[in-house]
Design a protein around this ligand. Structure first.
Ligand code: ATP
Ligand code: MG
Length: 429
């Protein structure tokens, strides 16, 4: 195929055999979010570039080198959203739904765009489910976010494969004091730092903690620790969070190097990581951002949120083979009809059954075909049962009911009794 007719590198089609797993994942998460009282919000995929510069921070990886930015026909600079928080904050400010101190518990789902090097678990168009909570400043809501994800991992059968890492970045004042101490220490070891870290030392020194370079990591061993600079309020907040996780029995590890990529975090930061996916091991990440709304022009409004990467979680489900058997099956019953008269009767019969069993996945054979070819299609569809309408069945006003998986003889069922019979043998989704 000519190059121009291929998808863009790092932007993937999600093919029909993959979508059942995506929908299972998305369905499980959205039901859970509903149950915890979160409401969905849908933002545009494109925003003014300025929004991301102001919220994410000019000297972050995302804004420096990962954004898809282009000029609109009228000269505005627009950007495909690299994450959801900025747009969500913009939306709540624009619609005034947090300004009076109202609590908002919001979630969103959709594609995000970052110009990164594509590899397993890292793409240029990827998908997140994210959530943001506004106007709650206590550790109880931080804990709720984590408890809820813990429940999700349990429901998905991947709890044993993920680990919670926690840190507190303190308030902006205590972080500033820590930053000064860190800069002083790292400046004294400037020559031992890798080039990237030397640059970050000037632009975004906390990010040096995040380095993958082993020489820089060695320098960091004796660096000042954020925990020693935490203000009392942040310390109490962090203790409150840990006490709640302890009470529920959610294990965690404290990771003083966890700083997150974006500028806007304060106090709690956390990541759920797995060692089952290679280098791209963070499946869900978030934290508190009490200063962000004000920084974006709103009233001071505490906020906390997280986002999970759907591709990585779907990969994890596949890797751990945690895919429920029913979700792979997309057809319950396949109706085969032979001859014109039987086809017409089959169509009407199928519609009657659908009236009575709206959740039944009933596929009617299309494109006619021999007995053999229709059966082959029925079998390939994954259906549990085939329904058969041939000359004999037409004459007796019955339908042949044939189990396709496992034991059981073919039976004849009267047309009128078909829906009731199917209701007893197919588990309703
Ligand atoms: P990473 O350190 O892996 O680059 P990040 O800190 O940039 O992640 P966030 O901005 O916190 O990621 O996004 C939240 C989640 O979205 C990540 O934990 C990950 O699961 C997913 N994610 C982020 N970037 C990508 C990407 N390029 N491709 C696939 N998933 C991604
Ligand atoms: Mg990243």
């Amino acid at each position: 195929m000519s190059k121009s007719l291929q998808a863009i590198r790092g932007m993937n089609d999600i093919l029909p055999e993959q979508t059942p797993l995506w929908r299972y994942f998305e369905g499980t998460v959205s039901r859970l979010l509903d149950n915890y009282g979160y409401k969905q919000i849908r933002m545009p995929i494109v925003e003014f570039t300025e929004l991301f510069k102001r919220s994410i921070g000019e000297v972050t990886d995302i804004v420096e080198k990962e954004m898809y930015t282009f000029e609109d026909r009228n000269g505005d600079s627009l950007t495909l959203r690299p994450e959801g928080t900025a747009a969500c904050v913009r939306a709540v400010l624009e619609h005034g739904i947090t300004g009076g101190g109202q609590v908002q518990k919001l979630w969103y789902i959709g594609p995000m765009f970052r110009h990164e090097r594509p590899q397993k678990g890292r793409y240029r168009q990827f998908h997140q489910i994210g959530l943001e909570v506004f106007n709650l400043d206590g550790p109880d809501i931080d804990a709720e976010l984590i408890v809820m994800t813990w429940r999700l991992w349990g429901e998905l059968g991947i709890r044993d494969a993920v680990k919670l890492e926690l840190n507190s970045l303190g308030t902006s004042e205590s972080r500033a004091r820590y930053r000064d101490a860190l800069v002083e220490y790292l400046s004294a070891h400037h020559d031992k730092l890798d080039e990237d870290s030397q640059r970050r030392l000037k632009s975004n020194p906390l990010r040096v903690l995040d380095t993958k370079n082993v020489d820089t990591q060695a320098v960091l061993v004796d660096a000042p620790k954020m925990a020693d600079y935490l203000d009392d309020e942040s310390r109490a907040h962090f203790e409150g969070l840990k006490a709640r996780l302890d009470a529920i029995g959610i294990p965690y590890v404290l990771n003083p190097k966890l700083v997150r990529g974006l500028d806007y975090y304060s106090k709690t930061v956390f990541e759920w990581v797995t060692d089952k996916l290679g280098a791209q091991g963070t499946v869900c990440a978030g934290g508190r951002y009490d200063g962000l709304v004000e920084q974006m022009g709103g009233k001071p409004t505490p906020g906390v949120g997280f986002a999970m990467g759907i591709e990585r979680l779907v990969l994890l489900l596949e890797t751990l083979e945690q895919i429920p058997e029913e979700i792979a099956r997309q057809v319950d019953v396949y109706l085969c009809a032979f001859g014109e008269e039987a086809e017409l009767a089959g169509l009407a019969l199928a519609e009657r059954v659908r009236d009575q069993l709206p959740h039944l996945r009933l596929q009617v054979n299309a494109g006619a075909g021999s007995f053999k070819s229709q059966f082959k299609k029925a079998d390939k569809s994954g259906a549990l049962y085939a329904l058969i309408l041939g000359d004999d069945e037409m004459a007796q006003q019955v339908v042949g009911f044939k189990p396709l998986r496992g034991q059981g003889e073919q039976q004849s069922i009267a047309w009128d009794a078909l829906a009731a019979h199917l209701a007893t043998c197919v588990v309703q989704g």
